[in-house]
Unconditional design. Sequence first.
Lengths: 107, 626
Amino acid sequence: MIDVGHFFILGILLFSIGIVGMISRRNIFVMYMSVELMLNAINLILVALSHHYEDLNAQVMAIMIIAIAAAEASIFLALFVMLFKNARSLDANFFTLLKQEKHHDEL
Amino acid sequence: MMSSSLLGWIIASVFFSSVFIMLINLYSKYNDDIPQRVYTLLGLGGPFVSLFLSFLLIYEHLYKGINFYYKAFIWLDLEGFRVDASLILDPLAAAMLSFVSLVGFIIHLYAHAYMKEDPSYARFFAWFNLFMASMFLLILSDNPFMLFTGWEGVGLCSYLLISFYFQSEENIEAGNKAFILNRIGDFGFISGLALLFLQVGNAGLDFASLEANIHLIPHSTLNLIAFLLFVGAMGKSAQIPLYVWLPDAMAGPTPVSALIHAATMVTAGVYMVARFNFIYAITEEVGLLIAYIGALSALLGALIAMRQDDIKKILAYSTMSQLGYMFMAVGLGAYSYGIFHVFTHAFFKALLFMGAGAIILALHHEQNIKNMGALKEKMPFVFVMMLIATLSISGLPPFSGFFSKDAILNHLFASGNYLIFAMALFTAGLTSYYMFRLLVIVFISPSSKDHQLLPQAKLIQFTLLVLSIGALFAGFINLPVFFGGDEEYSLWINLPDIRFHLSHSNELLLLISNVAVSLAGIYFALSHYMSSSKDPSLGVLDKPIEHKFYIDEIYYAIFVKPLAWLSVFIVRVIDEKIIDAFIHTVSSGYQRFSYYTDSVQNGNVRYYALYMSVAIVCIFVYLGVS
């Protein structure tokens, strides 16, 4: 019989795949897909718990997350298009604007 | 009935004229077509209004015999501690006010002529008037707090005016010296005031309440208070050991020396002691100390003045010497004689300084008397004026200085302090010696130089003439019984003088000895200097006197040098080696640390996600373990 524990394991697996994908892949598209994977892993766990406790609140939350993720997707896609237009690349290693230049004076 | 709020206007008129001059002068920086007339009008108008009001009120005071009292506002009102901004015109204040406003105004006139060509004319009059306001406040105040405010005000103006020509380093140093030495005195003064208020402050802080409650203070504490207050007077009135600023203060323009460092400000210490007569009357030990310090200062000042060559410095040392007489008088309980000498001194000393200023101006700012000589024919008017003032300060009858100095000397003798009397008498001889040395060298001794004199302003001659009348006749207002008077001035001032009775024959003997000593001084000066301006040798005393007894050098070695060393030590060692080193270690440590750690911040979002995951895992592991 499949119980809530199996859903948990599946959710954790999906989430871990998402994290590893987020960290290890350089293509921004794939990173975004990993993020979505993590969100959906959470959704899965929420729905499973909702079924287990017979409480609809969690399902409402899951639907909210899906809706917001959909909205995000459109923004992200637009961003990616702009990024590609400007930089002709979607390599995450290429975008290091947050990096601070090293100061070598005084040392 | 005159409104007593006019008392406030005596101060306010000079104060506001000072403020207006400052503002207009500030405005002229952007718009420089302000004619000098404006400043003249304000700068002389303010003191004139004060003079007018002063004499109006003094006349009323004499005529009706009432004290004016004016409470402007409550200055401080804390629990059990209330200070009114109140002014009083009692006989003592009136006595001071009379000559401060009169001599002050005359010197303002003189200063107008003296400073006419100066580019900083406006700045000069702004401060000169501010000085007058502070001095009036000092005189008229009804409580020690207001007195102290005026006291500090005159100190400030003195500092500003000494370093008036601030382009020269020397003048700035002279200003600083005056300010710092006065600060030492003020420290004593304010400590004394604080102690006084701790003891009887609750019962009111005006002079009348203090006087009424003075018996509540234990005698030893009262001695300390009296001494501390006198420390303030030492600073302001240039007595040993805080006198060294006065000769250097001659760096300022000559009208400043005449007004501040001779006629008015330096007498504030004497006035303060007379004002606190209710304390000094019952602390005889401190009074004796004051008298001794006065005697020593008088003697030292006179000795140093014998060999100075700068005309203004001679007069500065003579001021110190004359202030010594005043302190001898007030120290031994002759407050009215002390104030009387302040009064006469204001006239003849201002006259001396202004005469000196006229000579300095005529000789293109030459101050060394050895470079003058034979000026009698060229400046006969100034010669006569200086002669009057010199005879007056030498204490020859019937000039004003004679009456005040003779009164003091008689009192010293009668009080039985023969040592002080002997010092004072000897100083009187020295005084006439060094004053005639100055006079003879400047006006009579042959000179190798042929001076091209600048013409004299009529205004300067007029002011000299007015003051010479004071120097001639001011003494007659306190004619002693011996000469058929009844000491009206002393009676009017109405201070608790200690009176000693001298027999007629004693008084005659004293009179003869005083005059004889002065004449002896004059004789020696004339015999030495008529033919040549070279100083005769005094044997072993030559060197110390010439070097002013090395006092400046000693102070330099004891106070200035160690302080300089200490500050160098603090800068070089404590600041650089300890504090800076510590801060540098810390800041460079942060830099080094960041150098090794900032590779973490590589701008790559993937890495940030990794750090986050690792951190979250760590937190969960920690929570799971604990």
